[in-house]
Design a protein around this ligand. Structure first.
Ligand code: FBP
Length: 555
């Protein structure tokens, strides 16, 4: 038997809370339909591509006194994409709902992400299996993966595997890309009369899978609290030693929600927000000027230390970099299949790329340090994008700021340390919020299944209220879609939610950042608390609080 840590032993006993509508089980749930929906963009294209699942209404659930008859159902579940705290509880919620509805129901877990359903690699869950993972972080219960489910052959293979296990519903727990796959699979199953439903669950620490119906993706709460704890600790160290500037890159592949939330929880001296950089068309040089100015002014005040928070995706949002990276993304597939390039050493690869890029992009690429040039050539993700987690933007900034300080004969001291916080937060024990939210999302996914829906995302709203007041329901996946260019072709995808520069969350940073730059207003949030007073155990993120107060003000 694996040895458990004292916290794990206590967390296994935690009973996640559910919205009151689901508390008696899904057999005692009544579904209320809202009005028909439209996609967020490119309605005609999305309607044509999803002619069987488009335009369905949003739904909400309320508890009912009349029990519904429950057929025996076999369900399959997939964890897809990057780990996010609470994934195990989604599966536990789904399992509990399904077993409570009918003890003959079965839940299968596909192994290693979407490839599990294609290759027929699975496990069947039972009480003992599920119980060992309740309220724990990680996706190790069945593993995850980034295989894109999109081809006819993959759909055919998935169908054959589902048929062999008599599975009539599949739950895909994933981010925007994975739920785009869920929408495609749902449409294909309906089009081919397979009788298999597909339901998605909104996962990603990045917090960019959200809209009017999805207040936040799961994992964001725990991951940002973990990063905020670490930043707070570094702030205290910086303020004690007073000798280093800490450049901290924070995960969040595209959107800067994670960096913004972590900054609001810790109040560092500098916070860059990629969306602002893009909107204001800030060049790399102007970012360096902005940061250097603060470093010099603080030094003049006798403070040769500070904290800078940098979003992971920054590099792609700097206009000249974004253009160069997109040019690079377009030429890389052909280069990677060219043996001369594949067999070349690092230096020659860089030369080949410099000759292949358009001239303006080539000069941007040439201006970068060799380390960054090499990192930009690393493997793309399955969607053809640069893996920004592998690009050391924090080091690039330190190097360029050092050069700038030298060029202006800076007489103070600048000694920098770089950090990257990402993987540290993705498998943390879920906070009470994420433990409850995830369990509810999974439980609710089975309510959507038992009401015969397909192509829906599990939705639990009103999240700043106590859990029993949360509103459970579903939102059609097609409602969140538009057309975007991927791999040189237009594809239907779920639209990512970026930081809104007019929204209350960014405004909060904007209002305070000058003060935070010069005066040290560091906040030390400390570690996530799982037991103790509600004032520390049940706090939601600043982002959710500010966004919900805006929603309430609009009512
Ligand atoms: P998802 O979008 O799949 O949730 O993943 C998000 C993320 O954690 C990003 O923040 C990060 O850039 C990326 O995954 C890293 O991916 P990998 O685990 O493949 O290194």
């Amino acid at each position: 038997m694996t040895k458990l840590s004292p916290l794990q032993i206590e967390r296994l006993k935690y009973e996640p809370k559910l919205p009151s509508s689901l508390q008696n089980g899904v057999n005692y749930v009544e579904m209320i339909e809202g009005s028909a929906t439209q996609s967020v963009g490119d309605q005609e294209d999305i309607r044509n591509l999803f002619s069987n699942t488009y335009g369905k209404p949003t739904v909400t659930f309320k508890s009912s006194n009349n029990a519904k008859e429950s057929k025996t159902l076999n369900v399959g579940v997939i964890l897809s994409g990057g780990q996010a705290p609470g994934g195990h509880n989604v599966i536990a919620g789904l399992y509990d709902a399904l077993k409570k509805s009918n003890s003959s129901n079965k839940l299968y877990g596909f192994l290693g992400g979407p490839s599990g359903i294609i290759e027929g690699k699975y496990v069947e869950f039972d009480d003992e299996f599920i119980n060992a993972y309740r309220n724990t972080g990680g996706f190790d219960i069945i593993g995850s993966g980034r295989t894109k489910l999109e081809t006819e052959e993959q759909f055919q293979k998935s169908l054959a595997v589902c048929k062999s296990l008599n599975i009539s519903a599949v739950v895909i727990i994933g981010g925007d890309d994975s739920n785009t796959n869920a929408a495609l699979l749902a449409e294909w199953f309906v089009k081919n009369n397979c009788g298999i439903q597909v339901i998605g669950c909104p996962k990603t620490i990045d917090g960019d899978l959200k809209n009017d119906q999805i207040e936040i993706s799961f994992g964001f709460d725990t991951a940002t609290k973990t990063y905020a704890e670490l930043i707070g600790n570094i702030e205290r160290d910086a303020n004690s030693a007073k000798k280093y500037w800490h450049f901290i890159k924070i995960m969040g592949r595209s959107a800067s929600h994670v960096a913004l939330e972590a900054a609001l929880q810790t109040q560092p001296n500098i916070t860059l927000i990629s969306e602002e950089v893009s909107e204001k068309k800030m060049s790399l040089a102007s970012i360096i000027d902005y940061m250097t100015d603060i470093i010099v002014k603080r030094s003049e005040m006798g403070k040769n230390f500070g904290i800078a928070v940098i979003p992971e995706g920054l590099i792609e949002f700097i206009p000249e970099m974004g253009s160069m990276i997109s040019n690079l993304n377009n030429i890389m597939p052909s280069l990677e299949s060219d043996p001369t390039f594949k067999n070349a050493d690092a230096k020659s690869k860089i030369e080949i790329v410099e000759n292949r890029l358009d001239s303006e992009n080539a000069s941007v690429y040439k201006s970068l340090p060799t380390l960054i040039k090499e990192q930009l050539l690393a493997d793309r993700d399955p969607h053809g994008n640069v893996q920004v987690s592998k690009i050391e933007t924090e080091k690039l900034l330190i190097e360029m700021i050092s050069a700038k300080l030298k060029s202006i004969n800076f007489s103070g001291k600048f000694s920098a340390q770089s950090h990257f916080f990402g993987y540290e937060g993705r498998c943390a024990f879920p906070s009470n919020f994420d433990a409850d939210y995830c369990y509810s999302l999974g439980y609710n996914a089975f309510a959507l299944i038992s009401n015969g829906l397909t192509g829906y995302l599990s939705s639990v709203k009103n999240l700043t209220a106590p859990a029993q007041e949360w509103i459970a329901g579903g939102v059609p996946l097609t409602m969140m879609m538009n057309m975007e260019r991927r791999h040189n072709a237009m594809k239907p995808v779920i639209k990512k939610a970026l930081v809104e520069l007019n929204g209350p969350v960014f405004k909060e940073l904007e209002k305070n950042r000058q003060d935070w730059a010069m005066n040290d207003r560091y906040l030390f949030p400390g570690a996530i608390q799982y037991f103790g007073p509600s004032s520390v155990c049940d706090i939601t993120t600043v982002t959710l609080k500010l966004e919900q107060s805006k929603e309430l003000a609009n009512v």
